[in-house]
Design a protein around this ligand. Structure first.
Ligand code: F3S
Length: 278
């Protein structure tokens, strides 16, 4: 059975950077806490816990050691709360997210009204909203054009959650244009997600079965599995090698492997090794 890995798969730049920073912090021996699980990957979170890196809900739960900000970033208020406790801060905010936060604040100052295209309640979106509000903006979060308030008037600035699609942004921009509002758009989409989705779809088309690796609580991994299932009926979402069932691959000549943006390289390698052994 031929095992083929997707061209783009696994931990994106921002997640890998956050993981590397956390591992480095663990080597200091002082212990560290992440504000929420560092990534949506239970195995990695457990490994970090063994290294003395624990996930906490907020800065108030940290007594000692460093505080690690995740790749999603935080609100300015959370950052101030960490600083007020005098705890060392390790900022693993993905540089793409930091750019979006800066854009949200700039648009708030320039336009007064900011539309954030993204998933309400997602930690990255909460950060973007808070950065825009701190800069004096009135902010709404929309996932699609129907979410735009009827009362919205120009000038309007638009900023996008990094993992959104270009189509979602274009639909909101077009809906505002129809109302005669020429929005000031900062396209802050990061292409890591799209690259993973497009290469998973291409691979799912050419193999007999495909394995999607990543946390079941990871929305980008689940989305990859959904995309693969559209063209490959034998799509299996797993977290670890021991979940692989040889019966899934009966009669297969080729099996594809892809992984979500929160799946580190060693987990992918372990699955590939197990598949090759089958
Ligand atoms: Fe950063 Fe893009 Fe990953 S925003 S955390 S590199 S998906």
């Amino acid at each position: 059975m031929r095992v083929v890995k997707a061209e783009f798969a696994g931990a994106c730049y921002g997640v890998q950077r956050a993981l590397d920073m956390a591992v480095k912090a663990s080597e200091s021996g002082q212990g560290a806490s992440t504000l929420g699980p560092l990534i949506h990957n239970p195995q990695v979170v457990a490994e970090l816990a063994e290294r003395g890196i624990r996930a906490v809900e907020g800065p108030e739960n940290v007594e000692r050691g460093s505080v690690i900000i995740r790749s999603h970033g935080v609100t300015p208020a959370v950052r101030r709360a960490v600083e007020a406790r005098g705890l060392p801060l390790i900022d693993a905010t993905c540089p793409h997210v930091a750019r979006a936060q800066k854009a949200a604040a700039e648009l708030a100052r320039r336009c007064g009204r900011v539309v954030v295209v993204g998933e309400a309640g997602h930690p990255e979106v909460e950060g973007l909203v808070a950065h825009a509000r701190e800069a004096g903006g009135h902010v709404v979060v929309v996932a699609e054009p129907d979410d735009l308030p009827a009362s919205l008037e120009a000038p309007v600035g638009i900023v996008v959650q990094t993992t959104q699609t270009r189509e979602a942004l274009d639909a909101v921009v077009a809906a505002l244009a129809e109302r005669g509002i020429e929005a000031d758009v900062k396209n802050t989409i990061c292409f890591a997600t799209r690259q993973r989705q497009e290469s998973a779809a291409a691979l799912a088309d050419e193999v007999d079965a495909i394995v999607v690796i990543g946390g079941r609580n990871s929305s980008n991994t689940t989305r990859l599995a959904d995309i693969c299932a559209l063209s490959c009926a034998r799509t299996h979402h797993v977290e670890a090698p021991d979940e692989l069932d040889p019966a899934w691959f009966a009669g297969c000549e080729s099996v594809g492997v892809t992984a979500g943006a929160s799946t580190p390289e060693d987990q992918i390698a372990a699955i590939v090794e197990r598949l090759e052994a089958l």
